[in-house]
Write a protein that binds this ligand. Structure first.
Ligand code: CP
Ligand code: NVA
Length: 319
């Protein structure tokens, strides 16, 4: 069971980035997720959020995040409201602060998927209930918690592992993985073409944190260097939501960064392959890798449910 004192320190908090949590707090979420997963698999009811409601605002598309948060709230005894920005007044120009204040009068938590990260921060600053970042242009922390859960389940540890992310170093996954790896003591090298480096502030903060935690995170333009002897190999789409107009250019810029059989042969023989999905087979990864024996992408997708339930319980449980 997760440590009670760490759990109580999470109550009422927002979940905006991975970097806001200590390694102990991340392990508390992971232990909670494993407990909830076991209860769900064994059919043991766990209505910790009975009577509570989560509002879920989406300004971008979603399959996994939407369904796992909604089903998660249901399994925890509460309910969830799907609010497309097309349908609520936010989409017609009502301000973020007013939206935050109004929703706080009705619901017990707010999850939002949007473009600028500052919008999530503004929502959190004006809400009286916990706010969860369901993806912004620069961060995807709930996905990275599910990734850490998947790695922990498969490898039995996080600290001391060597991971790589090969793809767009400036995207939400790369940034949250840098923050997550640094927090838990896992080495992570991001490999991207020139012009797609991680945000320098996020990278330097992650490097400092990694040093404190006895691991190394860094950047290279060489996918071969990043993947050499890696335990964990991660990629993501080359054009994220909102970057569709750059797709053709990105296909050219990233063509040497595909995770294929030749590149993967440089990883450890028991490497684990992760991708947050949705994936484009034949672009960032070959079908042989994503559908092959090293891939854990569907366990990773399932773990969104268990990780999100842990987040919801730790932030919103009232006693
Ligand atoms: N991985 C992820 O966030 O998937 P969705 O976009 O389907 O929510
Ligand atoms: N980097 C991707 C992640 C999708 C879950 C995007 O932002 O589109």
């Amino acid at each position: 069971m997760a440590d009670v004192s760490t759990m109580s320190s999470l109550k009422g908090k927002d979940f905006l980035t991975i970097s806001q949590f200590t390694g102990d707090e991340i392990h508390t979420f992971l232990k909670q997720a494993l407990d909830l997963k076991k209860m769900q698999k064994e059919g043991i009811p766990h209505p910790y959020l009975s009577g509570q409601t989560l509002a879920m605002i989406f300004e971008k598309s979603s399959t996994r995040t939407r369904v796992s948060f909604e089903v998660g709230m249901y399994q925890l005894g509460g309910s969830a409201l799907y609010l497309s920005s097309r349908d609520i007044q936010l989409g017609r120009g009502e301000s973020i602060p007013d939206t935050a204040k109004v929703l706080s009068r009705y619901v017990d938590g707010i999850m939002i998927r949007t473009f600028a990260h500052e919008k999530v921060e503004e929502l959190a600053a004006n809400a009286d209930v916990p706010v969860i970042n369901g993806l912004t242009d620069t961060h995807h922390p709930t996905q990275v918690l599910a990734d850490l859960l998947t790695i922990y389940e498969r490898k039995g540890k996080l600290k001391g592992l060597k991971a790589c992310f090969i793809g767009d170093g400036y995207n939400n996954m790369a940034h949250s993985l840098l923050e997550g790896a640094a927090a838990v003591g896992m080495d992570l090298t991001v490999a991207s073409p020139e012009g797609y480096e991680p945000d320098p502030e996020i990278l330097s903060a992650a490097k400092a944190r990694a040093e404190e935690n006895g691991c190394q995170v860094g950047f290279t333009t060489s996918p071969q260097e990043a993947i050499e002897a890696a335990d964990i190999v991660i990629t993501d789409v080359w054009a994220s939501m909102g970057e569709e107009a750059e797709k053709e250019k990105r296909l050219r810029d990233f063509r040497d960064y595909q995770i294929n059989e030749e590149l993967a042969s440089l990883a450890k023989s028991d490497y684990l392959f992760l991708h947050c999905l949705p994936a484009h087979r034949g672009e960032e990864v070959t079908a042989g890798i994503i559908d092959g024996p090293h891939s854990a992408v569907f366990d990773e997708a399932e773990n969104r449910l268990h990780a999100h339930k842990a987040i919801l319980k730790c932030l919103m449980e009232s006693n």
